[in-house]
Ligand binder design. Structure first.
Ligand code: FES
Ligand SMILES: [Fe+2]
Length: 369
């Protein structure tokens, strides 16, 4: 959007700085990990906030997990704060109305009848490998556009059990996803001498696949390895590292809202003959990947999103990644600005006062006797 200054010159409108205007895009649709299975026991009810929505995650007494909108249609109580499970129903803490997983009102304890209009929104939920709870989110309520991918390593006994890590990041999931194709940043952000060499980056429908060669520096010299990444929509990134030790990683980003997300890492390491070595090498590798996330964080949280970045001819396929990712937005992006920045800082930034300002405060003319 261009405005006209008093002297008639065109000026670019200042970039959007409101939190909700930090990015030109909204919340993507797809399958997103809302929990690990063990976090939700039979009969447990948890309040959650994802996709810019208040939600309730619960598991009925038959063991089936459900994700619903949080507010009771009767008088608006949050079902995740004090709601309870009765059989296959979720009961509201306020007046005891009950709902089943599809959101239908199944009982009103002080009435013979139910209220057919009183429904709560529900989200398709899949329990994957007894370890992951993935929910389908679409801002307009579309049914899943693709089935949830089930990686073959999930049940492979050649791998260890899962090791998991959980982070929250004040940036959109797309910004984190872009990291996957960004080989050059390794040298500057992660201080690695040798950066991954991308062999191919292909997209087909909701899947984007990157194949790369990575030479890992180790105390015993450089080891040739691979990093192969398959993104199944915006919420499931599968990375297979090989070279030092075969490591299988499910990286799951989930939007908290349009400007924040959580990331869950679930690792499995291929067992070596020596159990101690497996756990030692695995732990070192996992802590390196998590360290890298912490190194990326200040970049993601403070960067602007440029809709037309200035690129080098040798840059990786950033625009191909963005074109692939754009399919997951149900609504067209905001095109009123080319530069989208974080909101102004509200704390943690020292306010600089020049010495003369401090001095003049101390010696205001009024003070002079
Ligand atoms: S608000 Fe839920 S039963 Fe009344
Ligand atoms: Fe990174």
């Amino acid at each position: 959007m261009a405005t006209t200054t008093p002297n008639g010159a065109a000026a670019t409108a200042p970039p959007a700085t409101e939190p909700e205007g930090r990015y030109p895009f909204g919340i993507p649709f797809g399958w997103f990990q809302v929990a690990w299975s063990h976090e939700l026991e039979r009969g447990q009810v948890l309040p959650r906030y994802y996709f810019g929505r208040h939600l309730v995650l619960w598991r009925d007494e038959e063991g089936v997990a459900h994700l619903n909108d949080a507010f009771c249609p009767h008088l608006g109580a949050h079902l995740g704060h004090g709601g309870s499970v009765i059989g296959t129903d979720l009961a509201c803490p306020f007046h005891g109305w009950r709902f089943c997983g599809d959101g239908t009102n199944t009982a009103i304890p002080y009435s013979e009848r139910t209220n057919a209009r009183a429904t709560i929104g529900s989200y398709p939920l899949v329990e994957l490998g007894d370890h992951f709870l993935y929910a389908w989110f679409h801002p307009h309520g579309d049914e899943p556009h693709w089935p949830l991918h089930e990686p073959e390593e999930l049940h492979d006994p050649a791998f260890t059990d899962w090791s998991t890590r959980h982070f929250s990041v004040a940036a959109a999931t797309q910004e984190l996803g872009e990291n996957a194709v960004d080989g050059p940043h390794f040298r500057y952000v992660h201080n690695t001498e040798i950066v991954p060499e991308i062999q191919s980056y292909d997209t087909e429908g909701h899947v984007a696949s990157m194949r790369s060669i990575q030479r890992f520096p180790t105390p015993r010299g450089v080891v040739d390895g691979r990093i192969d990444v398959d993104n199944h929509g915006p919420g499931m990134g599968i990375t297979r590292f090989s070279g030092i030790v075969d490591t299988f990683l499910i990286g799951a980003a989930i939007p908290v809202d349009a400007t924040r997300c959580e990331v869950r890492f679930s690792f499995k390491v291929r067992r070596l003959d020596d159990g101690d070595a497996t756990s030692g090498v695995g732990k070192a590798f996992i802590s390196e990947v998590c360290k890298q996330l912490e190194e990326d964080r200040p970049i993601w949280e403070n960067k602007a999103h440029l809709t037309r970045p200035a690129l080098a001819d040798t840059d990786p396929p950033f625009l191909k990644f963005r074109k692939w990712y754009a399919q997951f937005y149900a609504d067209a992006p905001d095109t009123t600005s080319a530069v989208w920045t974080p909101p102004p800082p509200t704390d943690g930034q020292p306010v600089y006062l020049p010495p003369e300002a401090t001095a003049s405060r101390r010696h205001r003319p009024d003070d002079v006797g």
